[in-house]
Structures are given as structure tokens and as C-alpha cells.
Design a protein around this ligand. Structure first.
Ligand SMILES: C[S@@+](CC[C@H](N)C(=O)[O-])C[C@H]1O[C@@H](n2cnc3c(N)ncnc32)[C@H](O)[C@@H]1O
Length: 230
């Protein structure tokens, strides 16, 4: 059990399986083989199947990326390299590149990755050695697809250079009630800074939470959690 799981277990929440405790503010779906061990192949298969089914759709909005690009310019100044995680059709890296004029790539676990420009087929829980401390900013609206959010956020933040920023898009659809086999992690927005502080162990911190200028009608809100590497 991780520190966070132990803490929630003490409070009476069982975060591993959302159905164990409906109404818990934090949910993490478990992909388990019959023997109880982690079933990575099943996770991957579920993600790829859904990616192929939804391959025509784009969630991210251009106006929101322009808004974030301006925020990054104001707060980071000159930039060289950014990464977007879980990008399907790769629109976020396309729009960041257009706004910032710097190298921005996307990661995508599905084999469809290679059909989109500036996108690599890659599981975002893993880190390439050349990314370590070398990334000015990370953006993702796919953090809810992580099977291990503590490992995942630490993998992203170890790539951010000191002072650099990671922006997690968090919507009403990313709440605990939204977690399932496809979107294994869900947490209520108010809990996110607490989880991030617990996972960070002093290495990074929430700098601010921004309201997105626009959102689709099927979510109640879109917020951007801005995390800074200390
Ligand atoms: C909710 S969709 C968002 C797609 C895109 N960002 C958009 O706005 O349209 C999540 C995407 O993340 C991908 N994904 C899921 N798990 C991943 C992982 N571990 N590593 C990289 N990509 C992943 C999925 O295949 C899917 O295309």
C-alpha cells in the first residue's frame, strides 16, 4: 500500500477499487490478473481499443491551448522543449508549437501514434533519459488514464527542469465518480493539491489553479492545475 492508500484506508476509504466505496473522493481502478498481480497487457489493450474507437475525436480545445501558451510565455519566458502526454490526434502539440514556436512532442500509448506528426508511441509512465530535467513544460488532459498516478506524476516532474511547469487539465469528468476501466484514476478537484503534495515529497508544488476560458457542454468545468518543479 502506498502512503496515500494507507492514509485513505485509515480514513475509511478504499481507493483501490471505486466500487468498494462509492462516494470516496479518490478512485483507482485495479487491473489484476487472476493471481492478483498487475495486468499491464490488459491496461494497454483497453487504452488502445478505446483510442482506435475514438480516433476521429479531439477533446482538447485550441483556445485553451492558446490561453496556456500565453500563460507559459508570461511565467517561463524563453522555452525550448515541451511534452504533451496522451495526445491521440496530436492537436495539443500542434497548437503549442504554433503558439510558442518551440519543439513540442506528444506521447500516445496506442499504435496509432505514429500516424500523427510529432507524436511518439510511448507509455507516459516511463521516462526517456534525454528528458531528465530537460523539459520546460508538460501539458496533459489524460492524467486520469494513469494506472499509478503517484508514479506517473513523479515521472513527469523528474523531466521538468527546475522552475518549469506541468499543467494537468482537470474537469468534472476527472472526479472520483468518473473513474473506470478506461480512466482508472479519478479524484475530486479539491483533493488534487493534497494528493500532489503527498506524492511530491517536497520536490514540486501546486502553483495555482486556473479556470479554462472555455469548455464543452458535457463537463461542468475545466481547470488547469499548474505544478512547479522546486
Ligand atoms: C482522453 S484521451 C485524450 C486525447 C487527446 N489529448 C485529446 O484531447 O483529444 C486519452 C488518450 O491518452 C492515451 N493514453 C492512455 N494511457 C496512456 C499512457 N499510459 N501513455 C500514453 N498515452 C496514453 C489514450 O490512448 C488516449 O488517446
Amino acid at each position: 500500500m502506498s502512503v496515500v492508500e494507507k492514509m485513505f484506508a485509515k480514513l475509511g476509504y478504499v481507493p483501490k477499487l471505486r466500487d468498494d466505496k462509492p462516494g470516496a473522493p479518490f478512485s483507482l481502478y485495479s487491473y489484476k490478473k487472476a493471481d492478483g498481480s498487475f495486468d499491464y497487457e490488459h491496461y494497454r489493450k483497453i487504452q488502445e481499443e478505446a483510442n482506435i474507437l475514438k480516433i476521429e475525436s479531439v477533446w482538447v480545445r485550441e483556445g485553451n491551448i492558446e490561453f496556456l501558451a500565453n500563460y507559459l510565455k508570461r511565467n517561463l519566458g524563453a522555452m525550448k522543449f515541451g511534452i504533451c502526454h496522451g495526445t491521440r490526434r496530436g492537436k495539443e502539440q500542434e497548437w503549442f508549437r504554433k503558439c510558442l514556436g518551440v519543439e513540442v512532442i506528444g506521447t500516445e500509448i496506442s499504435s496509432t501514434a505514429t500516424t500523427f506528426p510529432n507524436t511518439i508511441q510511448w507509455d507516459f509512465h516511463e521516462v526517456k533519459p534525454e528528458w531528465l530535467n530537460a523539459v520546460d513544460f508538460i501539458y496533459s488532459n489524460s492524467f486520469d488514464h494513469s494506472f499509478d498516478p503517484e508514479k506517473c506524476l513523479n515521472a513527469w516532474m523528474i523531466c521538468i527542469r527546475p522552475g518549469g511547469l506541468c499543467i494537468l487539465e482537470h474537469t468534472s469528468g476527472h472526479e472520483a465518480s468518473g473513474a473506470n476501466e478506461l480512466d482508472p484514476f479519478g479524484a475530486d478537484l479539491v483533493l488534487m493539491p493534497y494528493l500532489i503534495a503527498t506524492w511530491s515529497k517536497g520536490k514540486f508544488a501546486v502553483r495555482e489553479i486556473l479556470d479554462a476560458p472555455s469548455h464543452r457542454s458535457n463537463v461542468k468545468y475545466v481547470s488547469f492545475i499548474v505544478i512547479q518543479k522546486l
